[in-house]
Design a protein around this ligand. Structure first.
Ligand code: HEM
Length: 188
């Protein structure tokens, strides 16, 4: 959630577009509920793009190979500790055009998903040890984010010129400096 809001405030066109999508879809309903989420294609693209650039667990969870195997000419001995760098995969120029750029549009009209079948986007891992909480995690994020965008306008705090994207050290990618934004209730 922190990284989505960070990227949106740094990309005001995307913020405006996703906010308009939520407000147009919901009109005067008052709050977003689970069964409204299917209407929010751009919001889903914003979340995918955030997970591509800032995967929550950048090296996933370490795995151990059960047997010796050869992968693309590399031998991986039995019982090797294997780390998969989802961060690097998400920014690999062989997989992504302008990989460093935040561009949710790349997921509109694209079948690429984080469910583990598209190996260029693996914030939840893949295969039988992939994240079992993916649907729950995504739905929680979609619901919270869409309600924050529906109910409030977002601005930088007074005296803040820009937001940094420094990461704290650790297995899970936290933002090093807290994100400080001002939420305003829209006039109408
Ligand atoms: C946006 C939210 C979440 C993200 C980005 C995420 C990401 C991940 C990742 C990357 C892995 C390791 C996969 C691998 O190494 O192949 C994992 C494993 C796991 N996750 Fe999640 N997760 C999220 C939410 C959740 C939730 C909500 C739950 C439980 C309610 C959950 C439970 C687990 C468990 C139990 C594993 C270990 C699975 C295993 O080793 O077999 N996760 N998650």
């Amino acid at each position: 959630m922190v990284w989505v809001m960070t990227l949106l405030i740094k990309n005001p066109d995307s913020l405006k577009k996703v906010q308009q999508e939520v407000r147009n879809a919901l009109e005067k309903k008052g709050r977003v509920q689970e069964d409204d989420l299917y209407k929010l294609d751009y919001l889903k693209a914003v979340i995918k793009e955030t997970l591509r650039l800032y995967p929550v667990i950048p090296l996933l969870i370490p795995h151990e190979s059960r047997d010796r195997c050869i992968l693309e000419g590399y031998e991986i001995p039995k019982k090797s500790l294997v780390y998969v760098n989802a961060w690097a995969v998400g920014r690999d120029p062989k997989c992504w055009e302008r990989p460093e750029e935040f561009d949710p549009e790349r997921f509109m009209n694209s079948s690429i998903d984080y469910k583990g079948a598209d190996f260029e986007l693996i914030p939840f891992g893949s295969g039988r040890r992939g994240c079992p909480g993916m649907s729950f995690g995504i739905m929680t994020l979609e619901l919270a984010l869409s309600n924050l965008l529906y109910s409030f306008d977002w601005e930088l705090a007074e005296g803040t010129k820009d937001i940094d994207t420094l990461k704290a050290e650790g297995v899970v990618m936290h933002k090093k400096n807290a994100l400080l934004l001002v939420a305003k209730v829209p006039d109408n």
